[in-house]
Structures are given as structure tokens and as C-alpha cells.
Design a binder for this molecule. Structure first.
Ligand SMILES: *Cc1c(COP(=O)(O)O)cnc(C)c1O
Length: 383
């Protein structure tokens, strides 16, 4: 199978698939058909591209990190998703799926959110396009991310607290899928990353590939290394898609406490087979990361596949290195990035000058989001 093309029957090697209740199979098939038709329709593509430019602020710049490059003895180029509207790459996927929902005649968006970044992007697109939005969020995350709850409500979305299980993203995703079962006629389930049942991993990667396509065009020559953080894996998948057919090494950086590729085992979660953190009984384990966006026990199936092929490599970094990396980037370049994005920065800081990232390397790093949402966490000295 060609790498990072459309997966056949929704399978990426041994991973992917559509493991959902019988009642959701037709709904997933309808999304698949609608997306395939939309994605090959020049009018849909022009409409989406127009919004990405005039509303979301694309293309985002590729900024040379000149000071850090000098300090590290490499050439570091930052793909600035932190400058996209709503503060992260999430808007790329959300605008695409919200337009698709309208094209399918849906009037309501249902979404899950962890830290609230995806929920805010969904509430934003719903406001723009005249759709209703219902966002499921774990009650523990609601306590931790009150500002994003306020944002979503200000934008007109309904935020529904989820009190089951660990009261975080995993549980919110379960509830969002349940809500979709109850309202497949009117609602589109707008999943925020490259997980879930087919066609979501493929569709979300395609919608995020604008990151990699732009970065490739913005580089004078093919970089040696392309690096991005991996939670569910959407900003990394979108970035990798622009370079997978080149000689560039692809590096995904996981949170040490949520490293599904590095420490997980094959299993099914939220509708697809991938690598999942599990306990000895095969129960899904809790993730634990300072970055709420990486605090998830699973990972998109295409990353499991790219890892199995050896085409992409995955590394982990811990919370303390991440906090250190945010400060180092801020002081060297005047850019305060999100805790999630700082995982990729932390790996570069650690690896530069070692055999993993030799001196002189040209590196493209996707800065998936801005750090505003994380100031309370950092001020609290949480590390
Ligand atoms: C949600 C989020 C992530 C993690 O999601 P991916 O699907 O792995 O990209 C990373 N960075 C930021 C800023 C986020 O908001």
C-alpha cells in the first residue's frame, strides 16, 4: 500500500477499521461518501481554501528560529500553526468538517474536547456557518480549563459535562459518539483528531495536510528532519503528509505519560484498531501529561502503521523538559508555544548535536498552537 494515500477499506496495514455499533455503520459510510465526493469537488475545495485564507489566516508562516538555530548548531524552521485563528491547527480540520456537515444537510455539530481547543474551534465554525454545536467535555477538564468553557459558551455552543470514568477526553469521546447515535439525522460528529472509525483518520489527515503542503512549498529544499508532537496525531499527520514522499526523517514526539506508540499495545478504542495504553487486563489505562491535548491513551491508526513500517519514528519527552522548552523558545525567539507543541521543541533541544539530530541538520518543526491557554498551568508551577 502506498503510504499516506487513501486507505483501502479504512485500513492502514493492521490498523484502522470501523469498530462501531451497528447503528453507526450507515452514518460513518455516509460521512465517507460525502467526504470523498466533496474532496474531489473543486467548488468545495475552493470554498474551504477561501475560508482558510480569509478567516483562519492561512498560509501560516514558516519562521526561521535564528537564535535557537545558532545556539543548537542546526537550522530550525517553525511552521506557525500558533498563528491560525483560535490558536492552533484544530481550525483546519474543523472548518473542513463543518462545511461538509452543511453540504450533508446537517444542522448540528457534536464534538468531544479535552483541553477545550477543539471545542472552541467547533464552536467558532458553528457560529460562522450558522450551525448548532454541542460539545462534550469531561468534568475534570471543565474544572482545569474554565476559560475555554467560557469561550465556547460565549460563541453560542452548549457544553455538556461528562462525569463517567476518568472524567476526561476518553470519556467525553464516548459520550459524543453516544449522542451521535441518538441523532445521526441532524447531527455531524466532528472528531478532532486522526482517530475514530473510518473515514475519520483519513479525512482529518487530508484536512490537516495543508500544514505539510504549505511547509514543503515554503522550504527551499527538502529538510533532513520533520518533527511534530503527537496526541491523537493530527498536526503530525498533516505535517508528515507533505514530506512522506521525500528523504526527510519524520519524527513524532509523544508525552512520556501518554505514549501510545512507544508504550502501547494493539487494541480497539473509539472505533478503530491502533496502539493503546493498557493495563495488564487490557483495560485502557489513564494517560498523564501536563499537556491536556496529549493526555490521551490512544493514537491515530496511521501513526501506528507508519511506526510499524519504520517510515516515521517516535520519541517521548517528560513534563519537566517540556516546561523548560517553553521558556527556552520564549526567551530565544519571542514565541510562547502551547505545552503540546513544546514536546517537539524539547526533543530538538535534547537531540541537537547527537547522532539522533546531527549538527548542521535542517529541521522543520510544527508549532501546533500558542501558549495562552497554558499560562495558568505554568504560573501554578505545575511541572
Ligand atoms: C489538540 C492539540 C494537540 C494534539 O492533537 P493532535 O491531534 O495530536 O495534533 C497538539 N497541539 C495543540 C496546540 C492542540 O490544541
Amino acid at each position: 500500500m502506498a503510504v499516506m494515500t487513501e486507505p483501502r477499506h479504512g485500513r492502514f496495514g493492521d490498523f484502522g477499521g470501523r469498530y462501531v455499533p451497528e447503528s453507526l455503520i450507515p452514518a460513518c459510510a455516509a460521512v465517507e461518501e460525502a467526504f470523498r465526493s466533496a474532496w474531489s469537488d473543486p467548488l468545495f475545495r475552493a470554498h474551504l481554501d477561501g475560508l482558510l485564507v480569509s478567516y483562519a489566516g492561512r498560509p501560516t508562516p514558516l519562521t526561521p528560529a535564528l537564535n535557537l538555530s545558532t545556539q543548537l548548531g542546526i537550522t530550525l524552521l517553525l511552521k506557525r500553526e500558533d498563528l491560525a485563528h483560535t490558536g492552533s491547527h484544530k481550525i483546519n480540520n474543523v472548518l473542513g468538517q463543518a462545511l461538509l456537515a452543511g453540504r450533508m444537510g446537517k444542522t448540528r455539530l457534536i464534538a468531544e474536547t479535552g483541553a477545550g481547543q477543539h471545542g472552541v474551534a467547533v464552536a467558532t465554525a458553528a457560529a460562522l456557518l450558522g450551525l448548532r454545536a454541542t460539545v462534550y467535555m469531561g468534568s475534570r477538564d471543565i474544572e482545569r480549563q474554565q476559560l475555554n468553557v467560557f469561550r465556547m459558551e460565549l460563541l453560542g455552543a452548549e457544553v455538556i459535562p461528562v462525569t463517567s470514568g476518568s472524567r476526561t477526553l476518553k470519556d467525553a469521546t464516548n459520550e459524543a459518539m453516544r449522542a451521535w447515535v441518538a441523532d445521526t439525522d441532524d447531527a455531524h460528529f466532528l472528531l478532532g483528531s486522526v482517530g475514530g472509525p473510518h473515514p475519520y483518520p483519513w479525512m482529518v489527515r487530508e484536512l490537516q495536510s495543508v500544514i505539510g503542503d504549505e511547509a514543503r512549498q515554503q522550504c527551499d529544499s527538502v529538510p533532513d528532519v520533520v518533527v511534530a508532537c503527537v496526541g491523537g496525531g493530527s498536526n503530525a499527520a498533516g505535517t508528515f503528509a507533505g514530506f512522506v514522499d521525500t528523504t526527510a526523517r519524520l519524527i513524532g514526539v509523544e508525552a512520556a505519560g501518554g505514549a501510545a506508540i512507544t508504550n502501547g499495545a494493539p487494541g480497539v478504542v473509539h472505533g478503530s484498531r491502533s496502539l493503546v495504553l493498557q493495563d495488564a487486563e487490557g483495560q485502557i489505562a489513564e494517560a498523564e501529561s501536563i499537556a491536556a491535548g496529549l493526555d490521551y491513551p490512544g493514537v491515530g491508526p496511521e501513526h501506528a502503521y507508519l511506526s510499524s513500517l519504520g517510515r516515521a519514528e517516535y520519541r517521548t519527552v517528560g513534563d519537566a523538559e517540556v516546561v523548560e522548552a517553553i521558556g527556552r523558545l520564549a526567551r530565544a525567539e519571542g514565541i510562547i508555544c502551547a505545552l503540546e507543541s513544546a514536546h517537539a521543541v524539547a526533543w530538538v533541544l535534547r537531540a541537537a548535536g547527537t547522532p539522533d539530530l546531527p549538527a548542521g541538520s535542517r529541521v522543520v518543526l510544527t508549532l501546533s498552537g500558542r501558549g495562552d491557554k497554558d499560562m495558568a498551568t505554568l504560573r501554578g508551577g505545575v511541572a
